[in-house]
Design a protein around this ligand. Structure first.
Ligand code: PL4
Length: 413
């Protein structure tokens, strides 16, 4: 007879997560409002989800690939876990535009930046101290909680995380952590504040990381939206960054791949941590991906190669221009209405300071009820986002113009 000694146990770290994940919570509240107000014509400027169709080159690239898949001689099954050589080469070539030399073997293709920005934590020791910007894209924090790296939630924050406030005083870019931290998440162009780090600001973090053998995880998912040539599009534009930074990026926003799913992560061979040898982190990530990931969809990768072609780049630029025009409409419109706004000049998000000390969720409800517009409450990105509100530029241009008109007509500053 088998004696029952223990039962399967769930990972209780899940119980430490606060409330629901932000975006499903917005979707839930919006659906409730729509069911109670079936005639309301809701405009969605909340989730940063693209609305323009795939470009011609991408469609042709993917269709051609599907044609190959439909013929026995050219059919292909599993690809390499690290991504197709074509795509890795095209990505390495892409970085040359910024004067950055990356070897294709340092690039790992994935199904998107969200996946990699959380999974990357697994290559570091479980007692690593993680620091995050506040406000922050919630995935970095919640994945640290699930992995047991965030500690306990006490007094509105996780006691093992080091929060780096980003506010009006510091131009929404943080000071260096006062203590030694091991992993530093930086996101530029920033979600949610829409601000972009300068060379000098990144250099300070690179210098800190090199001094303390910390690793920066640099989320550059919106880098293609930087118009100002003086601003860095990759952390590897900063001297020394290859020894201390991992960069994550995505085809989601500049190529309309939010549903197609394709991203990449760069783990340089020069990257070292306190206890790793030259090249080891690159090998460990390779091992992690080979063990736990079967490669991005080969159809999506064919699309990615098309995005990076000359024609593909010209077409993507049109998508970027369209969204950045929306950003201008939002920014100029809100400024004109008397709001204080940040970001939105080199990023597809506008960060609005709420008048009269209103809370972010109060404003969410007011905007939805009075103007039938969905945005994203700043507090959903952490305590540092309270009193702010994010508007996304990824909507339809006419609807974006209409939304700003409604805000002007129906809300008072
Ligand atoms: C809603 C800084 C959006 N369900 O599409 P991916 O996985 O390549 O990129 C995800 C991502 C990575 N890094 C940053 C991002 O802002 C995003 C996408 N964020 C938003 O509105 O903040 C979409 C969110 C999606 C999610 O949970 O990520």
């Amino acid at each position: 007879m088998i004696k029952s000694v223990s039962m399967a146990k769930i990972n209780t770290n899940y119980r430490k997560l606060q409330a629901g994940y932000l975006f499903p919570e917005i979707a839930r509240r919006t659906a409730k409002f729509q069911s109670e107000n079936p005639n309301a014509d809701i405009i969605r400027l909340g989730i940063g989800d693209t609305t323009l169709p795939l470009t011609e080159s991408v469609v042709i690239g993917m269709k051609n690939f599907i044609d190959e898949l439909s013929v026995k001689n050219t059919y292909r099954g599993y690809g390499s876990e690290q991504g197709s050589q074509d795509l890795r080469d095209a990505l390495a070539n892409h970085y040359k535009k910024y004067g950055v030399e990356i070897d294709a073997s340092e690039i790992f293709v994935s199904d998107g930046a969200k996946t990699d920005s959380s999974n990357i934590q697994s290559v570091f020791a479980p007692d690593s101290v993680i620091s995050v910007q506040d406000p922050v894209y919630p995935v970095y924090v919640d994945s640290a909680v699930i992995g047991g790296l965030a500690g306990e939630y006490i007094d509105d924050s996780y006691d093992k995380l080091v929060y780096m406030p980003c506010n009006e005083e510091n131009g929404f870019f943080p000071e260096l952590p006062k203590q030694k931290v091991d992993i530093i998440y930086l996101c530029s162009p920033n979600n949610p504040t829409g601000t972009v780090a300068t060379h000098e600001q990144l250099k300070r973090f690179v210098d800190y990381a090199m001094k303390h053998k910390a690793v920066i995880i640099f989320d550059a998912a919106y880098s293609a939206f930087i118009k100002d040539e003086a601003l860095p599009r990759s952390i590897y534009e900063i001297e020394g960054a290859k020894t201390c930074a991992i960069e994550i990026n995505s085809f989601s926003k500049w190529a309309g791949f939010t549903g197609v799913r394709l991203g990449w992560t760069i783990v340089p061979k020069d990257l070292v941590s306190e206890n790793s040898e030259h090249g080891e982190l690159n090998q460990v990530w390779n091992r992690r991906q080979s063990t736990m990931f079967n490669g991005a969809s080969n159809i999506a990768q064919a699309g990615g190669v098309a995005v990076l072609s000359g024609q593909g780049q010209a077409e993507s630029q049109k998508l970027i221009d369209y969204y950045m025009n929306n950003t201008k409409v939002i920014r100029d419109g809100l400024l004109d209405a008397g709001y204080e706004v940040y970001g939105g000049e080199n990023a597809p998000y506008v960060w609005l300071k709420l008048p009269d000390g209103k809370s972010s969720w109060e404003f969410f409800d007011e905007l939805l009820n009075k103007a039938n517009i969905v945005g994203t409450p700043g507090s959903g990105f952490g305590n540092g986002g309270e009193g702010f509100f994010r508007l996304s530029a990824f909507g339809d241009a006419n609807l974006t113009t209409e939304a700003i008109k409604r805000i002007k007509d129906k809300l008072s500053v």
